[in-house]
Design a protein around this ligand. Structure first.
Ligand code: SAM
Length: 237
């Protein structure tokens, strides 16, 4: 795909009110992607471990990836899509079978360096890649975690279709995204990303080949207060 057709495909973007709050950036998708890459390469990316500790997300990740939550036992190939500093990859390595392969990719090389350092396991294969154009074969992953990434796409479809393509039929996806709530919109301002409405994201994910299996919450308090963003377990049809 040429750069311009890729840009067009990725930029069939919903603007305010259709499937989320607003576009975080007025330029083209390629300009925005470069901006996101620099953002995470720099100080903002370096601070993600600290902000994860302050918001509790470092610890909460472990509450999701576990038997009874997003259970990865029995999975042979796992993918951490846009792994950031390796928060979820760390738990995938801990909770997956000892012989399972964990693959993690990100757009930002500095985030990959941070992830490699933090995960500290030779069971994880890291790669630089864009979620809308993955360098993996069709149907090879049994389980995928995609945390807080789709909000960096003006239109989630190219990313979701790629995740569906590399997932085996019946494979599971743990999807976490910023919700279109007051708190979510503040996060969107801080991290220069968009937000999603639950029902709309569900409809689009189903359109892209996933079944929306169940919604998860970090804790009972999160469920009660409807806080923490959209966290859902999906299954590849
Ligand atoms: C908020 S961080 C989340 C990181 C990690 N998944 C987590 O939950 O801790 C977003 C990450 O997505 C990456 N990213 C943004 N757009 C991307 C794209 N188009 N392809 C791949 N990675 C992307 C950024 O570089 C950053 O590391």
């Amino acid at each position: 795909m040429s750069a311009s057709s890729f840009e067009r495909a990725s930029c069939q973007a919903p603007v305010r009110g259709r499937s989320g709050s607003q576009r975080p950036f007025q330029g083209s998708f390629l300009d925005y992607r470069r901006f996101v890459q620099r953002h995470y390469d720099g100080l903002a990316g370096a601070l993600t471990a600290l902000t994860g500790l302050l918001t509790g997300h470092e610890a909460l990740a472990g509450r999701l990836i576990r038997p009874g939550g997003f259970d990865v036992r029995g999975c042979q190939r796992l993918l951490d899509a846009a792994c950031g500093n390796g928060r979820y990859a760390r738990f995938l390595v801990r909770r997956a079978d000892a012989d399972a392969l964990v693959v993690a990719f990100d757009l930002s090389l500095n985030m990959l360096r941070r992830a490699r350092r933090r995960v500290g396991s030779d069971r994880v294969r890291f790669a630089a890649a864009d979620v809308t154009r993955l360098p993996y074969a069709d149907g090879i992953f049994d389980a995928i975690v995609c945390g807080w990434v789709l909000e960096h796409l003006p239109d989630p479809r190219p990313g979701l279709r790629e995740l569906a393509r590399v997932s085996r039929p019946g494979g599971r996806l743990l999807l976490l995204t910023t919700e279109d709530t007051v708190a979510g919109r503040w996060c969107g301002r801080l991290w220069h990303c968009r937000t999603y409405r639950r029902s709309e994201l569900r409809r689009i994910a189903e359109e892209c080949g996933f079944e929306w299996e169940r919604e998860l919450w970090f804790s009972r308090l999160h469920a009660w207060l409807k806080l923490g963003g959209i966290v859902a377990q999906l299954r590849r049809r």
